[in-house]
Design a protein around this ligand. Structure first.
Ligand code: TRP
Length: 460
């Protein structure tokens, strides 16, 4: 009943468009900064390869086999396997997670729109580490500004989703992703020339497990901390758009004859490359300008404008960069609500327009509280579990809901549906690749997530 992607390349672009987003350019550098660099990056890469890519294959194969929104795909696959209908809850949890993510994602994407305008107006000229930090503070400190741009971004997202798979999503991603990539390469070039490149590289790739995983308290007692592991694993899910059905619903629009294995490889490589390039563009500037890698969510918004403000052609390049960042966020945001929209179309007989209006409207409402976290409702005024609303939503989704969803999908595909089900849908040419995937989906992914979570809960 839904449309399909025109061809495999479009599917890969759309899935890569979903994967590559604020997670790569905004979040990856700042959490790497918060968790101390190299060792965190290495664990993150391991999570991508061992857990992320196998789970992505599982999501796509389920979606394509069932050709339904994640909630109904899970329900139907469960009933075909004579398993409890409760598996559909994984789809419901995904819908909830999508709402929660979009409700803070849209706020950050809104900052990027505001920065596009500032860049174009020449506001970055002559920025220093200090004045750039102050400018960011002024933006996020203004509830009117933040809510205005949040609203603009949500409208943009709604318009594309309402237009549907072909007319909306496809057209947008096909030309934006390559441009973003080129822009990042250019910025890495700038970081080589003008930043402290050697220090940036060392920070990203110098693996020191001690510094990342062991905390020393005032008495000199060292304790192991699982928090960086949890964050790295959670981010692997976040950056690949896994664990909530976004990739599953994209898979449900995928042509039958296209290869799932090689598509996943391309998506994974593109996503990882963009994250690493973003790190290589940003950390050299952070160090060269006396900023702190652990600056938090403002890291990218403070460091890059300094570069643009001090290079020739910075107005053009700065505008282009933030514009592309908005586009990257845009192609990701649409995938966050597509599962909910597809379900409303399937089950409630909503038109795509009506379904989108509802879903984007709810996400917009939820997003207001995220936008206020930086001004009228900071953590010391209103907090959940010691975090601001924004941080809480981010933590809850990335570190808990996405890994949990991913683990359940892995268990479902690995243990509930038959091996034949996956084998025929993946139709991998090399049997060894299938065996490796099968092992990863049955054992590595579920136990990896479970171990980290149980340790976090203090049960291990
Ligand atoms: N992957 C996107 C990013 O890195 C965000 C995103 C889009 C996402 N769809 C998702 C995250 C689904 C989790 C689940 O910016």
């Amino acid at each position: 009943m839904h449309n399909q992607w025109s061809n495999r390349l479009v599917f890969v672009l759309a899935a890569a468009g979903s994967a590559v987003g604020l997670g790569n350019i905004w979040k990856f550098p700042y959490i790497t900064g918060e968790y101390g660099g190299g060792a965190f990056v290495l664990v993150y890469l391991a999570c991508i390869a061992l857990i992320g890519l196998p789970v992505m294959m599982a999501e796509i194969l389920l979606g394509r086999r069932m050709r339904l929104s994640p909630i109904n795909a899970m329900a139907k696959a469960a009933s075909e396997a004579s398993a409890p209908g409760g598996w559909a809850l994984v789809g419901w949890m995904g819908v909830l997670t999508g709402f929660l993510i979009l409700s803070f994602y849209s706020v950050v994407a809104g900052w990027a729109i505001a920065y596009t305008v500032q860049a174009a107006s020449g506001d970055f000229a002559g920025l220093t580490g200090e004045s750039s930090g102050a400018a960011f503070g002024a933006l996020v400190g203004s509830p009117e500004q933040v809510l205005l741009w949040h609203t603009v971004f949500m409208l943009m997202t709604g318009v594309v989703v309402a237009k549907g798979v072909r007319g909306g999503l496809e057209r947008l991603v096909s030309w934006l992703m390559p441009m973003l990539f080129a822009m990042l390469v250019f910025l890495v070039g700038y970081a080589v020339a003008e930043g402290d490149f050697a220090r940036g590289v060392r920070y990203l790739f110098n693996v020191n497990f001690d510094a990342v995983f062991w905390q020393t308290n005032a008495e000199g007692v060292r304790t192991f901390t699982v928090e960086p592991l949890l964050a790295a694993m959670g981010h692997a899910f976040f950056t690949l758009s896994l664990g909530m059905g976004a990739i599953m619903v994209y898979g449900s629009y995928m042509p039958k004859q296209a290869s799932i294995g090689s598509s996943v490889l391309m998506i994974g490589v593109a996503d990882t490359l963009v994250a690493l390039l973003a790190g290589l563009a940003i950390f050299p500037l952070v160090f060269a300008n006396g900023l702190e890698p652990s600056a938090g969510p403002g890291l990218v918004f403070v460091s890059l404008p300094i570069a643009f403000g001090n290079m020739t052609g910075g107005v053009v390049f700065g505008t282009l960069f933030f514009l592309l960042l908005v586009f990257a966020a845009w192609t990701s945001a649409i995938s966050l609500i597509e599962p909910a929209v597809a379900w409303l179309v399937e089950n409630q007989n909503f038109s795509r327009h009506k379904a989108t209006a509802w879903v984007a409207g709810i996400a917009w409402l939820l997003g207001i509280s995220s936008g206020l976290s930086f001004n009228i409702l900071p953590a010391d005024t209103f907090s959940i579990a010691g975090m601001s609303i924004f941080d809480f939503k981010d933590y809850l989704t990335s570190n808990i809901l996405l890994p949990l969803g991913g683990m359940l999908i892995a268990l479902f595909v690995g243990w509930v549906v038959s091996r034949q089900f996956s084998e025929s849908e993946l139709s991998l040419r090399n049997p060894a690749v299938f065996s490796a995937w099968w092992f990863a989906i049955r054992y590595i992914a579920p136990t990896g997530v479970a171990l980290v979570m149980l340790h976090k809960l203090g049960w291990l």
